[in-house]
Design a protein around this ligand. Structure first.
Ligand code: BGC
Ligand code: CA
Length: 340
């Protein structure tokens, strides 16, 4: 009994010394996600949480699509003495407020996925951005469609030589949405294809909202829609639900639908022949880059020493080392297996 007790005491001592050591070396980092209820962001968040294990103490907050709430969360982080912040903004145009708060306490700020204006980024030397060039993803989506259109003359349902399309737009305050909308169509026209927009509207990156929109369009433009563009996979999958309900994807009735993200459910839809193509928005690399950058900054290391090695794996930092760009990859039935 006595022996067990002393072993226990020894164990407790060892454990508390261990915990003490972690607490001493592991910096506290505050993380906000614009809303937890976003498929793509949930993969980014998981990566950040996994990467932080044994290295940093994270506080991860759901900003619930509410910028004032996020501002309060950042205030709280600063009160709690977080050594760096990793923030996925609700409204990127409101970044000045967060920059003001972080700068006052000289705490580094890593923004990710929802890109603020360059002019705002320039206001704080310790503001960084990790993301992907949305133009690239738009171009890739457009190329997938152009390629399909050229190989499948029957896709031109009314035989007028013009591609009639609908566009499901993400959150309009997000540059990803803006650029994907613009550059996907640019790539189609650059391939020499004439287009006509039948309808476009925001479905806020959201699957049920996109399903609703698509169902309404299928009624309003019955038989006229030839291609569906979606700014992300969740909305593409919503559109596919509406198409299935309207009798598509059987008895030879098909509709080309493209998205962005290459989420696991989207890759399943691709495999099953519902989704024509998508673009890998690399949640893993973005999450990893975000964490590694926030972690190094929290330890007081200069960003240049961490961004550069990251760039080898992830993307190229800009000359000033404030941006880490993670590349997109085109995904179709020819290569999707590599991403599953
Ligand atoms: C993703 C969307 C996601 C959004 C969140 C985009 O990069 O493609 O799926 O909803 O980020 O900000
Ligand atoms: Ca046509």
């Amino acid at each position: 009994m006595k022996r067990t007790v002393s072993i226990l005491v020894a164990l407790v001592l060892v454990l508390s010394v261990g915990v003490g050591m972690v607490a001493q070396t592991a910096p506290k980092i505050g993380v906000c996600i614009y809303k937890f209820d976003d498929t793509f962001m949930s993969y980014v968040r998981n990566t950040i949480e996994t990467a932080a294990k044994g290295k940093a103490i994270l506080s991860v907050q759901d900003s619930m699509y509410d910028q004032p709430r996020q501002n309060d969360q950042v205030d709280q982080f600063l009160v709690e003495g977080m050594k760096s912040l990793a923030i996925n903004m609700v409204d990127p145009s409101a970044v000045s407020v967060l920059i003001g708060k972080a700068a006052k306490k000289k705490v580094p700020l890593v923004l990710f996925n929802r890109e603020p204006a360059a002019a705002d980024m320039a206001k704080y030397a310790m503001a960084y951005y990790v993301g992907a060039k949305a133009q690239e993803s738009g171009t890739m989506e457009g190329e997938i469609v152009a390629d399909y259109w050229k190989k499948n003359p029957s896709a031109d349902l009314n035989k007028d030589g013009v591609l009639q399309y609908v566009m499901l737009i993400g959150d309009p305050s997000n540059t990803d949405a803006k650029y994907r909308t613009e550059f996907s169509i640019k790539a189609v026209t650059a391939a020499g294809i004439k287009v006509q927009k039948l309808a476009e509207d925001t479905a806020m990156w959201d699957r049920p909202k996109a399903q609703e929109k698509m169902a309404a369009w299928l009624t309003a433009y019955a038989g006229k829609i030839e291609v569906v563009f979606a700014n992300n996979d969740d909305m593409a999958l919503g559109a596919i639900e509406a198409l299935k309900a309207a009798g598509y994807f059987k008895d030879g009735k098909y509709m080309p639908v493209v998205g962005v993200d290459a989420t696991p459910p989207a890759l399943d839809a691709l495999e099953q022949g519902y989704l024509l193509g998508t673009v890998l928005n690399d949640a893993k690399r973005q999450g990893l880059a975000t964490f590694e950058l926030a972690y190094s900054l929290a330890l007081g290391k200069p960003a240049s020493t961490t961004v550069a090695p990251l760039a080898n794996a992830d993307g190229k930092p800009d000359p000033k080392g404030k941006y880490v760009w993670v590349p997109y990859v085109k995904v179709t039935k020819d290569n999707y297996k590599a991403f599953k």
